[in-house]
Design a protein around this ligand. Structure first.
Ligand SMILES: Cc1ncc(COP(=O)(O)O)c(C=O)c1O
Length: 375
């Protein structure tokens, strides 16, 4: 029987994350509230400039969620019915959803067991005459092998996009996540490394035509009020979220230092835990550790013990895309064995800027006992 923690440790403690900036966030709220401009105003424009500068691209567009940022960047680049877009099977469902809603077909491929990121040989093998684009995912905060993917895209005359939802601040071979592709999508869901206080997302690009298309698409295809040049959506980022995000973007590097410290401690302590395996960190990249994922045997039993002891671990993700009920013929059981195996073995341990060294140690201790008890 594992002793329960006196103070449970959540997967992410947003109260702790927000405590040092609570006054600044309230100030941002007051400023927007006083202005009474809630949509399409100066806050979104300012955040877009800050985000573009941080990622190192010419344009950033604020939209309503990470999911709609995928849909919009693909639509803006002309992806549509008849096109195939290659994505990894081990990702959040929204990657497939984003492709689907353009009318294109998501084509799944397996991932590299060392990193859980899209597998280069599998991508190459999945290319057909209908393939128009590659959409790798920088899962858990680590960039996919972008230099190799960019070369492959160039060889096959394909567009390269990025699902950078989990990877703001990451880089590969010195180029930032979000600056590699024709365009990249970000999620600012509250638990993300740059999280809004609600739903929000963004697209980054150096392609001005894509940026202009997204400006139309996110706002009813409207060139000016009540004049519509195309069928669009209502998927704008709102002023409050932009004001909050600008506050949090100013802290992102300081928060990353705290996140990195906790991850270094996890790696050091987990190295002596039998039966807990961490993914390889590619030295060519900067990993921003959105999630602290370990692989264990008997994962469900281990997870139950962690929860019973008060450790808020979770699974990202328990069912690969092709085995979801909503995946209409995207793959069959056994087709992507690495993703399927990972789905049975992974669990994410608590991680957030502000998690203390004693909390990290407590999580590792509980995990150690849970692994022993489950085997
Ligand atoms: C890899 C990935 N893609 C897309 C999304 C979708 O973002 P959102 O939840 O902001 O719509 C997420 C967020 O959960 C994600 O993790």
């Amino acid at each position: 029987m594992i002793t329960a923690l006196t103070h449970p440790i959540p997967l992410i403690d947003l109260e702790i994350v927000h405590a040092p900036i609570a006054d600044e966030l309230r100030g941002a709220f007051d400023r927007v509230f006083r202005s009474s401009i809630f949509i399409s105003g100066p806050e979104v424009a300012a955040f877009e400039r800050d985000l573009a500068a941080y990622v190192g691209v010419e344009r950033a567009l604020g939209v309503a969620s990470g999911t709609c940022s995928i849909i919009m960047m693909l639509l803006a680049a002309g992806i549509g019915p008849g096109d195939e877009v290659i994505i990894p099977a081990n990702t959040f469902w929204a990657t497939a959803e984003g492709v689907h809603h353009t009318g294109a077909t998501p084509v799944l491929v397996d991932v590299d067991p060392r990193t859980a990121l899209i597998d280069l040989a599998a991508v190459e093998a999945a290319i057909t005459p209908n393939t128009r684009a590659l959409l790798p995912v920088h899962l858990y905060g680590q960039c996919a092998p972008m230099t190799e993917l960019a070369a492959m895209a160039a060889r096959h005359d394909l567009m390269l996009f990025e699902d950078a939802a989990q990877a703001i601040g990451a880089s590969y071979d010195g180029i930032a996540a979000g600056a590699w592709g024709r365009a990249a999508s970000f999620s600012f869901y509250p638990g993300k490394n740059l999280g809004a206080l609600g739903d929000a997302g963004g697209v980054t690009t150096n392609d001005h035509a894509i940026a202009e298309q997204i400006e139309l698409l996110r706002s009813h295809g409207s060139v000016r009020r009540y004049v519509h040049s195309s069928m669009g959506f209502n998927e704008r980022m709102d002023e409050l979220q932009a004001a909050f995000l600008a506050v949090k973007l100013r802290r992102i590097e300081a928060d990353q230092v705290r996140r990195d410290g906790a991850v270094a401690q996890y790696h050091e302590e987990l190295a002596s835990v039998d039966g807990a395996e961490v993914f390889t960190i590619d030295p060519r990249g900067r990993h921003v550790h959105h999630l602290m994922v370990v692989q264990v045997e008997h994962r469900d039993r281990v997870l139950d013990s962690l929860h019973a002891a008060g450790v808020g671990a979770a699974i990202h993700y328990p069912v690969p895309v092709h085995l979801q009920d909503g995946a209409d013929a995207l793959g069959r059981l056994g087709q992507f064995p690495v993703s399927e195996r990972l789905a049975h073995r992974i669990l994410s341990l608590p991680l957030f800027p502000g998690i203390t060294p004693s909390q990290v140690s407590a999580c590792v201790q509980v995990l150690t006992s849970a692994i022993k008890e489950a085997s």
